[in-house]
Design a binder for this molecule. Structure first.
Ligand SMILES: *Cc1c(COP(=O)(O)O)cnc(C)c1O
Length: 458
């Protein structure tokens, strides 16, 4: 039989993460006074061991044994060849996916949640607060906290809180508390509700609430945890790409194209950064982050300094941003509704090392349906964005008659997103176009901040 899946044993799991900061230049995050932030400024929000990782420029960072041990519940994750999808597309391309849907919460997110829970626990923290969009991050952190005996409180974006009830049940099962954001529990939440009681919420608003809840806890034993965007999150996710590289090597393959969907950038970075290292060292490889047309951070927004959250509690980060007041339309891929993008991913895009793609909502579900009917697996709506791009590239390979090797990240399964599939199946989903005026309007908040320098790493 042909090789369908490539596995690694626990002993073959990578023992170090890859830190892209060793290989690229970055604009620094800026504090409220407009000056570069010092690590101490972050101490009320994050434990110092994670802050050290956030600013580290060491290329390889050891993964603690305690973290590897929890990751081994589902890692190494399989690399799977999509033969039936290839056949359906009649493409000469060979399509592989890294299956991150095998984790207990069902996505790539516990790769960093487990590491973050471990480092907080090691620092003496008792409770973590966070926000969640579609609920994957909240459930990932709830799972991780339960593994390390930490308390967990999750502010969930209102629209997803209403649309995706089962992730709340997962969080509850793992012992976490989950409330809808904006909430009346924080100043940030109350402020938004006063202006707009029916708001669908946004990740930016929920982040403000979670940070406020952490820094105002009088015990001093609560910290905040972020599931994407930050450097240390990208770092923890690189285990995906490092495993994928070993797996591809085992079967004598190397990708021509690497693809991941991008919300805050973490699953994309996780798969892509180990290949970015190769590209910086001269490999000819195309690397595509894919986003929704309805939240076009990488394809239509400027590279700017902006806050990571609605209430401007986070430092100014150098990133592609639609503006922190941007409230994206209620598209179903909740995890891709963020106004900004990881500074590392942004830097690489600004240098042309990455090329961003945007896809419309209907094409993503069409792609997901095709994968379900060929390979059998039902992907998360977010993953479908990567998949829509994979299908485009496989068709191009056919037109050009080229045997391209395409590798994409299957960031999560869609078994808790079936309501969105129902809507697609009954014709209730539409493409959501964003008018240029809307984008220009939301970007006005960026005018007040300094502009990042255009740096060249290579
Ligand atoms: C959260 C999520 C995403 C988007 O977040 P990134 O940080 O961009 O990876 C994508 N896919 C799935 C399944 C998710 O849960």
């Amino acid at each position: 039989m042909k090789t369908k899946k490539v596995y690694l044993t626990e002993d073959e799991m990578p023992r170090q993460w890859y830190n892209v900061l060793a290989d690229i230049k970055m604009n620094p995050p800026l504090g409220p006074d407009g000056n570069p932030l010092s690590p101490d400024d972050l101490a009320p929000v994050f434990p110092m061991n994670l802050i050290e990782q956030e600013v580290s420029t060491e290329r390889w960072i050891d993964i603690p044994e305690e973290v590897l041990s929890v990751l081994s519940i589902w890692r190494p994750s399989p690399l799977i060849r999509a033969y039936s999808l290839e056949a359906a597309l009649d493409t000469p391309a060979r399509i592989y996916y890294k299956y991150e849907g095998v984790s207990p919460p069902g996505s790539h997110k516990p790769n960093t949640a487990v590491a973050q829970a471990y480092y907080n626990k090691a620092f003496g923290i008792k409770k973590l607060t966070t926000e969640t969009g579609a609920g994957q991050w909240g459930s990932a952190l709830a799972f991780a906290c339960s593994q390390f005996g930490l308390e967990c409180k999750v502010f969930m974006v209102r629209i997803s809180f209403d649309q995706k009830p089962y992730r709340k049940s997962m969080m509850g099962t793992w012992g976490a508390t989950c409330i809808a954001s904006p909430s009346t529990e924080t100043q940030a939440g109350r402020g938004v509700l006063e202006n707009d009681p029916d708001t669908p919420g946004s990740l930016g608003i929920a982040i403000s609430e979670a940070i406020e809840a952490a820094v105002t806890d009088p015990s001093g034993e609560t910290r905040y945890s972020l599931g994407s965007v930050l450097n240390h999150v990208m770092l923890h996710q690189t285990i995906i790409g490092l495993e994928a590289k070993k797996q591809m090597e085992k079967i004598g393959e190397y990708p021509d194209i690497v693809i991941g969907c991008a919300g805050g950038g973490s699953n994309f970075a996780g798969l892509a950064f180990p290949y970015v290292l190769d590209k910086i060292n001269g490999k000819d490889i195309a690397i595509y982050p894919v986003e929704p047309e309805a939240c076009p951070t990488l394809t239509r927004a400027p590279f700017a300094y902006d806050h990571g959250d609605y209430a401007c509690m986070t430092p100014l980060l150098p990133m592609y941003s639609l503006g922190h007041t941007f409230v994206p339309p209620p598209l179903h891929a909740g995890g891709l509704r963020y106004h900004g993008m990881a500074p590392t991913v942004s830097q690489l895009l600004s240098e042309g090392i990455l090329e961003a793609k945007a896809v419309n909502q209907l094409s993503t579900y069409k792609a997901g349906m095709l994968l379900a009917k060929t390979e059998g697996v039902i992907p998360a709506p977010e993953t479908n964005h990567a998949l829509a791009c994979v299908i485009d590239e496989a068709k191009k390979a056919k037109e050009e008659g080229k045997e391209k090797v395409i590798l994409f990240n299957y960031s999560g399964h869609g078994l808790i997103d079936l309501q969105a599939y129902d809507k697609y199946l009954s014709g209730q989903l539409e493409n959501i176009a964003l008018k240029e005026d809307t984008i220009e309007e939301s970007q006005k908040v960026l005018d007040q901040y300094p502009k990042p320098e255009l740096l060249k790493s290579t």
